[in-house]
Design a protein around this ligand. Structure first.
Ligand SMILES: Nc1ncnc2c1ncn2[C@@H]1O[C@H](COP(=O)(O)OP(=O)(O)OP(=O)(O)O)[C@@H](O)[C@H]1O
Ligand SMILES: CC(=O)N[C@H]1[C@@H]2OC[C@@H](O2)[C@@H](O)[C@@H]1O[C@H](C)C(=O)O
Length: 398
């Protein structure tokens, strides 16, 4: 037997496993790494977040990803090169992080790598299949680190009838559902998404969806209009602006917001071309800070409207709204969410014991743990509307 297969078998029989989760989101700010110790699986999952950090990407690397990211036309050879380059860079970041944490690579049982999304393409009409593409191949990571690597978690979700996103539902349900409490776990990254967990803990009651733009339009607008800035730190710019109601209404009227739940989206749809088109078609005139104020409101309103229309009203009263992702650091956005949803108790996800900025990297470690451990896996299980399958492909180091 290939000794690596025997090792895989041993890992899935151990009482606990050390798994390093990796996530690099749509904001392209860098790689989040979360070293986690897991025991159990499913609703019995116990996780200890041992170390975590974010390693920012060099500016020229971000730029080369932006050249292919969510674009309709690209220089195709760049995509092929980036697939290898991202895998190799992530492997280097892993080795550097482990060294700085004083952990030897052979102590880590598995790596769980999300990769970099470069295209997300849910199709809601016509005959084409849903598709999504994450690059930074797992074989490079496995070979360069010597650690068994699970990667490419979204494809089987699509094979099983999903859109490949959001996957947060797994981690949210297994780690944060609590009998007797209605909870909404809201992540505000580039895109906003939430998981509603019913007090019943019944997987059939789960609701999970993307809500629209989180920070993606804000970040892109800041980069274009305020050279040298990557985002609106502490909403300093948006706070100087005045809300432009007609622009807000036009944006909230875009077809995405009228589509049925659950749904997913990305910067392929919510980008500056779309914003400029809406502004030009309506001949709106507004200053950059007014635009930022309005885009901040768009994030707050679209999240709130999605929660109100998707989740039965009775359950949003006295519900906990637990927020993670970079948007939870935006004080204006948090203030607006609190104002629009007075019935909900708003809190940052750190309060549940997992640092907000590590949550998505922990999620992919958890998905790898499930794939290694889940003895109940079945073809037609569902978490709400989301297929509940074993996700990720396995790369052996040698
Ligand atoms: N202090 C702050 N003030 C305002 N905005 C902030 C602050 N800190 C972070 N952000 C926002 O959060 C963004 C980063 O969010 P996050 O790290 O969750 O993104 P991501 O992981 O790329 O997202 P995704 O969930 O789409 O993969 C920044 O680009 C910025 O817009
Ligand atoms: C295709 C893709 O990379 N989607 C991301 C993105 O960032 C937020 C939102 O859009 C979410 O749908 C997803 O990531 C998280 C981890 C998820 O799948 O739950």
């Amino acid at each position: 037997m290939n000794p690596q297969i025997a090792q895989l078998y041993r890992i899935s029989q151990q009482p606990n496993r050390l798994i390093l989760g990796l996530m690099s989101g749509t904001s392209l700010d860098g790689l989040d790494l979360a070293l986690c110790r897991f025991s159990g699986f499913g609703l019995n999952t116990q996780v200890e977040l041992i170390k975590h950090q974010t390693i920012p990407y060099p500016e020229d690397f971000k730029q080369s990803i932006r050249e292919v990211f969510a674009k309709e036309q690209i220089y195709f050879p760049s995509l092929s090169t980036l697939n290898a380059q991202i895998g190799r860079l992530h492997a280097q970041y892993i080795l550097d992080s482990l060294q700085s944490w004083g952990i030897a690579p052979n102590e880590v049982d598995a790596i769980a790598s999300h990769g970099q999304t470069v295209m997300h393409r849910p199709i809601r009409s016509g005959n084409l299949p849903n598709s999504t593409l994450q690059i930074g191949d797992g074989d490079h990571i496995a070979h360069l680190t010597g650690i068994i690597t699970l990667s490419d978690f979204r494809q089987k979700h699509i094979a099983g009838g999903g859109e490949g996103a959001p996957l947060a539902v797994y981690g949210d349900y297994f780690l944060f559902s609590k009998k007797g409490e209605h909870r909404i776990l809201l992540n505000i990254g580039g895109i906003g998404n939430f998981t509603y967990l019913s007090a019943s803990q019944d997987p059939k009651d789960i609701l999970v969806t993307d809500t629209g733009p989180g920070n993606t339009l804000l970040d892109a607008y800041v980069r274009q209009h305020f050279p040298g800035f990557n985002y609106d730190k502490d909403a300093r710019l948006a706070k100087q602006g005045i809300l432009h109601l007609p622009l807000l209404d036009s944006m909230l009227n875009l077809p995405f917001f009228h589509e049925a739940f659950p749904k997913s989206t990305g910067p392929e749809y919510f980008n500056l071309e779309l914003l400029n088109q809406v502004i030009q078609e309506n001949a709106y005139s507004l200053t950059p800070v007014d635009t930022l104020r309005t885009l901040t409101e768009l994030t707050a309103q679209s999240i709130s409207q999605a929660m109100q229309s998707y989740i039965p009203a009775i359950r949003t009263t006295d519900c906990q709204l637990i927020v993670s992702g970079g948007g939870s650091k935006n004080p204006l956005l948090m203030e607006r969410l609190a104002k629009i949803n007075p019935n909900m108790q708003l809190m940052e996800s750190d309060r549940l014991g997992i640092a907000s900025d590590a949550k998505e990297a922990v999620l992919f470690a958890l998905l790898a743990n499930e794939t290694l451990m889940d003895d109940q896996v079945a073809r037609d299980r569902q978490l709400g509307d989301s297929p509940w399958l074993s996700l990720g492909k396995i790369s052996l180091p040698n």
